[in-house]
Design a binder for this molecule. Structure first.
Ligand SMILES: CC(C)(COP(=O)(O)OP(=O)(O)OC[C@H]1O[C@@H](n2cnc3c(N)ncnc32)[C@H](O)[C@@H]1OP(=O)(O)O)[C@@H](O)C(=O)NCCC(=O)NCCS
Length: 219
């Protein structure tokens, strides 16, 4: 997989978004994942939490664990898996159907430390972003960076970017879905300007838990 700084693939420029520091949230830099992120991603994923929906396309997802009566995906486990996961994000940018940003926070002496991930896909997981009226946003924050407002700042930045970058397309709204037993994510939705729309009951085998759907409209 090629390293990329500013470049263009599949007609889409690789963006770099910066978010100034605010309160406890350090300055953030958001950019597509790179091969150089493998060690940090592997270390973070070794923390062991499950991250359903992290993989780019259904065929790329390993099914490893059974939770709540159905198959659940995990995030990449180990370096080869992390390499494969980052390659699948690269493919997502290239094909335009999955746009995932690594979220880095300013560390000591000009360094940048992995602080999380924010990704966009179409709700039905087919086609390029901008071809449907609804995209879906997903995110996680590294364990050591939680509770400082990283996720809402990153989600706001990516939301602003995608509405700008895909102005003039079919994209009209972004959906944010979280489990009902994930109040931290519900707070992220609220702080990022995603209004609660409706309760979403579990619908196995597609999803296995009750959730909330939040929506942010263009404009
Ligand atoms: C949900 C998640 C993304 C929040 O990210 P974050 O960068 O910590 O976001 P915030 O700092 O705004 O915190 C959100 C809420 O988490 C709770 N929180 C605060 N400190 C926390 C900590 N140290 N650890 C965990 N949660 C904390 C609070 O309820 C906070 O809301 P508040 O600011 O109104 O009190 C993060 O907990 C996470 O990655 N969880 C696992 C993956 C996940 O659930 N992703 C979302 C799937 S829909």
């Amino acid at each position: 997989m090629a390293e990329h700084d500013a470049g263009v693939t599949g007609g889409l420029a690789f963006p770099e978004l910066s978010v100034p520091a605010a309160g406890r949230q350090a300055e953030l830099l958001l950019r597509p994942w790179r091969a150089a992120d493998v060690p940090a991603l592997t270390a973070e994923m070794s923390c062991g939490y499950l991250l359903g929906g992290m993989w780019s396309a259904p065929g790329e997802r390993p099914f490893r664990t059974v939770l709540r009566g159905g198959p659940e995906r995990t995030g990449p486990i180990g370096e080869p898996d992390a390499v494969r996961w980052i390659a699948s994000q690269d493919r997502g940018w290239h094909d335009g159907d999955r746009l995932c940003f690594a979220v880095l926070e300013a560390g000591q002496a000009g360094s940048w430390v992995l602080a999380g991930n924010v990704g966009l896909k179409n709700r039905d997981e087919t086609g390029r972003i901008g071809e449907r009226d609804t995209a879906e946003i997903g995110y996680w924050t590294a364990l050591a960076a939680r509770g400082r407002g990283v996720a809402p700042a990153a989600v706001k930045a990516v939301t602003g970017w995608v509405f700008d970058a895909f102005a003039g397309t079919s994209l009209r709204q972004i959906m944010l879905v979280h489990d009902v037993d994930n109040p931290a994510s519900c707070r992220v939705a609220g702080k990022s300007g995603y209004r609660f729309r409706e309760f979403s009951p579990a619908n196995p085998p597609h999803w296995f838990t009750d959730g909330h759907i939040h929506i942010r409209l263009r404009g």
